[in-house]
Structures are given as structure tokens and as C-alpha cells.
Design a protein around this ligand. Structure first.
Ligand SMILES: Nc1ncnc2c1ncn2[C@@H]1O[C@H](COP(=O)(O)OP(=O)(O)O)[C@@H](O)[C@H]1O
Ligand SMILES: [Mg+2]
Length: 311
């Protein structure tokens, strides 16, 4: 069996009508509502969405860790179980420990021995910059160090597909930077990478393509620049007592208006155009600030017309 599957014409990843609900005392939670995702081999894709969007549920299903209610999953033309057994998929998940009685090098050796064509342990140690940890017991690692080890474990099978669920959550700024550098180095070997994040900046900086999820659905899918333009909404704030809100909302480039006391908040599709329209129409406007809308806010706007209820 070969794991050099990235060269073949099959899509790296194909999810079709994938669906999952959970039971809860308040009734069913529709975590993933019939999503379709195809990722070509070699792409780096971010699954971006706020908490509860369904990212982890999707990832757990595609790794074969959670049964789906409906839909199909293909990884390099195989089922998740086949692909994982073949060493074609490496993962770093949001939860799950690496507690064992071994030191880091011994654990990596042990994990490597489970796969048909693993990377040499030393190569993974170098790639993930954990030279300082190899002699340590895995029980004696800090949270950030454990993250680095989990990343190394994800790479050891030399997977064609690397799946990362919020990989940088426990990391400080420097660890994050190093992590993404390593991820890019690995991706540059022709690997397919799918990572979940709720940081627009991470998705923008490190993915070729962003799939935006909210309420278990895909609400946008495209190159980072395109998604950024969609969610990177801007806001103009100004002090403008007694302003005519209807007239403000009608300004070119403004999508919607809110007030805070004497202040107005204009959500804009085009803040440059809105600002040019605002000043002549409302010369009394002062304390003007233009800022990027927060991701949560942008999600709310984007998903406002996505029904909460099931299909
Ligand atoms: N095991 C579970 N039991 C009940 N509800 C769950 C379970 N796992 C996830 N959920 C719910 O499914 C939705 C999606 O969760 P999740 O996939 O973890 O989102 P994300 O990873 O995007 O934050 C959330 O509403 C979450 O509360
Ligand atoms: Mg999650």
C-alpha cells in the first residue's frame, strides 16, 4: 500500500450531504445540516466559523470518530477508516491527551510503528521544532508543549491529508507563529490541509481557501480575499445627535444603522463610499471612527437570513 496519494487525480476530500444531529434535553441540536465540501489534493483549506458552527462535528465525522446521520465521506477515494489505517490522514484535535509512560521520542517511535510509511522520527522532531522535548516524559509537558507534541504525532504517519481542529488555541504568540510556519512547510510538500479556526486572521493568513460555516451550514466558500471582503465588514461610528436614521441608512455603502445615545453606528458594505456620502449629508457628524467589524458581528450579518430551524 502506498500513501503517496496526493499525485492521483482523486479529490483529497469529498463530503456530500453530510448531516449530524445530537439529542439534548431541549430537543435535537442540528450540528451539521447536509454540507458538501470537495477539497482538491494539495489545497490548504480553513473551516472558519464561530463557536458552535459545527466545525468539530464535521472534522470528527471525516476522521471516522463520529458516525454521521446521513451523507458520504471520501478521503482520497477511501472511507475514513481505510484512509486512517493507511496512514493517509494525520490529525490534531481539540481534545484528547497524549498521556503515556513514555518519553516524547519513545512515544513518537511507538506511534510511527503503527503506520506503513512513517516519516523518520528525527525529521518530525526537526520539522515541529521539539528537539528540546524529546527526552521528556509526556506527562511532564506544559499545555503548549503538549500541543507541539500532538502536532508531531499528527505528522508522523507522513499523511497526505492533515486535519487540525483549532490547533493554536493553547499557544502563545511565538508558538503560534512557529506552528503555522511548520504547517506551511508541510503543506508545501504537496499535502492537503484542512484546519478549523474561529480566527479570521488565521484563515486569511494561512489558507488558500476559506469555507465559512455557521449554524451547521456553509455560508460562504472561496479564496481568502473573497471571504474577507464578505465578512470583513466595516463600521463607521460618529457622534450625531438627533440624526435621521432613515436618511443615514439610505446612504450609499451603508447596510444598516444603529444608535448608542448620541452616537450612530453605520454598518457598511463599502465604508469609503459611505464616509464620502456621510460628510456632505451630515456635516454635524464628529468623532468619526472607521473600524473593521468583529468576526462575530460579521457572522451575525451573514447568517441573519439562515434559518435556525432545520431544512
Ligand atoms: N456530543 C454532543 N452532544 C450534544 N451536542 C453537541 C455535541 N457535540 C457538539 N454538540 C453541539 O453541536 C453544535 C456544533 O458543535 P461543534 O461541532 O463542536 O462546533 P464548533 O467546533 O464549530 O465550535 C453545538 O451547538 C454543540 O453544542
Ligand atoms: Mg470546535
Amino acid at each position: 500500500m502506498t500513501t503517496n496519494l496526493a499525485d492521483t487525480a482523486v479529490a483529497g476530500l469529498r463530503l456530500s450531504r453530510l448531516t449530524k444531529s445530537f439529542k439534548s434535553p431541549q430537543g435535537p441540536v442540528h450540528a451539521v445540516r447536509g454540507i458538501d465540501i470537495t477539497v482538491e489534493a494539495g489545497q490548504t483549506v480553513a473551516l472558519l466559523g464561530p463557536n458552535g458552527a459545527g466545525k468539530s462535528t464535521t472534522i470528527d465525522m471525516l476522521l471516522g470518530l463520529l458516525p454521521s446521520d446521513a451523507g458520504t465521506i471520501e478521503l482520497f477515494g477511501m472511507s475514513p477508516a481505510q484512509a486512517v489505517a493507511a496512514g493517509a490522514v494525520g490529525a490534531m484535535l481539540q481534545v484528547g491527551g497524549v498521556i503515556s509512560d513514555l518519553n516524547v521520542r519513545e512515544l513518537l517511535k511507538m506511534v510511527a510503528s503503527l503506520y506503513p510509511t512513517p516519516l523518520p522520527v528525527d525529521e518530525v522532531v526537526e520539522l515541529t521544532r521539539i528537539q528540546d522535548l524529546v527526552g521528556r516524559k509526556t506527562t511532564k509537558l506544559s499545555g503548549g508543549q503538549t500541543q507541539r507534541l500532538r502536532f508531531a504525532i499528527g505528522l508522523i504517519s507522513n499523511p497526505d491529508l492533515l486535519v487540525l481542529d483549532e490547533p493554536t488555541v493553547a499557544m502563545d504568540v511565538e508558538a503560534r507563529r512557529q506552528f503555522w510556519t511548520t504547517m506551511r512547510e508541510f503543506a508545501a510538500r504537496g499535502k492537503t490541509v484542512l484546519f478549523a479556526t474561529h480566527y479570521l486572521e488565521e484563515a486569511d493568513a494561512y489558507a488558500d481557501r476559506i469555507i465559512l460555516m455557521a449554524h451547521g451550514r456553509i455560508v460562504a466558500d472561496g479564496p481568502a480575499t473573497e471571504i474577507k471582503a464578505t465578512v470583513g465588514l466595516r463600521t463607521i461610528r460618529a457622534t450625531l445627535p438627533g440624526a435621521d436614521l432613515k436618511a443615514l441608512a439610505a446612504l450609499s455603502g451603508v447596510t444598516n444603522v444603529d444608535t448608542r445615545g448620541d452616537g450612530v453606528i453605520l454598518n457598511c458594505s463599502d465604508s469609503d463610499r459611505a464616509l464620502r456620502a456621510l460628510l456632505p449629508a451630515f456635516p454635524a457628524a464628529r468623532d468619526i471612527e472607521v473600524s473593521g467589524a468583529g468576526l462575530e458581528e460579521a457572522f451575525l450579518q451573514l447568517t441573519a437570513d439562515t434559518p435556525e430551524t432545520d431544512l
